[in-house]
Design a protein around this ligand. Structure first.
Ligand code: ATP
Ligand code: MG
Length: 333
């Protein structure tokens, strides 16, 4: 069975973007693939995380994944720092990746803005750790949102250079699985910027744990333009905020944006936003109920994560041991 791997940072509450662009697509893969999913806390500390918040957010993220439909019995679900293979292989990849490659990564530039000098070196080598996450399992398919495409191309460059330099055929090529009409959900405040859980403005995103009133208020305040909704996709050209809201409604109601426009074209945003709010609340309420239930028993949650880490280690350790040997490290035992 093909092995898939994906991860999500416990850098805040998961957003609608994370859900529609990634998490939701992970659920069906549990039945068709060998699925490995990870809460990537090593990635999260590339920007400052208060330790108590990180601990809480890591549990909440794991619980959210389960509430969204990941089943620790049907997939391997664990916390990245529990499996040492990730950090170990990342170091080897730090020595494979060229600085020139990292300099082209747009996420680093987007995240640090003008203040590059103050960024952590971890943030700079983030793509090497991400490559290690995937290659430590010899996973070949990676379901992610569109923003991660460039990092996956780099993961393939790393694998090719490793294989070439050491004269082996060890790390396989990986393919992104970028799925659905909402592979890139945009900020509610700026339709040209992606929705992020670490954005400074809470108004820019819908958090999966937002209550009905917050959802209503955020959608009401979401940036739009004065024109009514168009009847056809061509009418969304140059209207990123309108396109985003149409895409979100399509994604949560399981249809295509064209169909949303067929039904709602000609409406003003006041009316359309009410429909969108109702659809979002209806979609998120069952997930929120389940999340609340899961967080009432953190002992059970922690036990499931420990088991997941054991399963993950059993796969990754022998692969990374082989990488160590290829590099020429003496056996430790
Ligand atoms: P951060 O701001 O801390 O980077 P994030 O919201 O970008 O958080 P990540 O943990 O970096 O979330 O990414 C988890 C998954 O969610 C990845 O597969 C990523 O591609 C996907 N994703 C993130 N943001 C979006 C978005 N706006 N639309 C669709 N998918 C997204
Ligand atoms: Mg991100």
């Amino acid at each position: 069975m093909t092995r898939v791997f994906s991860g999500i940072q416990p850098s805040g509450v998961p957003t609608l973007g994370n859900y529609l662009g990634a998490i939701r697509n992970w659920v069906p893969l549990q039945d068709t693939h060998e699925a490995i999913y990870c809460v990537v806390d090593l990635h999260a500390i590339t920007v400052w995380q208060d330790p108590a918040d990180l601990r809480r957010q890591t549990r909440e993220m794991a619980a959210t994944l389960i509430a969204c439909g990941l089943d620790p019995k049907r997939c391997v679900l664990f916390v990245q720092s529990h499996v040492r293979a990730h950090a170990e292989l990342a170091w080897i990849f730090n020595c494979v990746t060229r600085l020139g490659w990292l300099n082209r990564m747009t996420q680093f530039k987007d995240k640090v803005g003008k203040n590059q000098e103050a960024a952590s070196s971890g943030l700079y080598v983030y793509p090497n750790l991400m490559a290690a996450d995937i290659h430590a399992y010899h996973a070949t398919k990676v379901p992610v949102g569109e923003d991660q495409k460039q990092h996956l191309e780099l993961a393939n460059d790393i694998a090719q250079k490793f294989n070439h330099d050491y004269g082996v055929d060890f790390f396989p090529n990986i393919e992104p699985l970028i799925q659905g009409v909402a592979a890139r959900v945009m900020s509610l405040r700026d339709g040209t910027k992606k929705m992020s859980k670490s954005d400074a403005s809470d108004q820019s995103r819908i958090n999966l744990n937002d209550d009905a009133d917050s959802i209503a208020q955020k959608i009401k305040r979401a940036k739009t333009d004065p024109e009514p909704l168009p009847e056809h996709m061509a009418g969304l050209e140059g209207r990123p905020e309108a396109r985003n809201l149409v895409g979100i409604l399509a994604a949560v109601t399981g249809t295509m944006p064209e169909n949303v426009l067929r039904e709602h074209g000609g409406q003003g945003f006041g009316q359309f936003k009410n429909t969108l709010t109702e659809a979002l609340i209806a979609h998120l309420q069952p997930i929120q109920g389940e999340l609340k239930r899961l967080l009432e028993d953190t002992a059970a949650l922690d036990a499931a994560l420990r088991l997941g880490a054991e399963q993950a280690s059993a796969i990754a350790e022998p692969i990374v041991a082989r990488a160590r040997d290829i590099v020429g490290f003496l056996p430790a035992r």
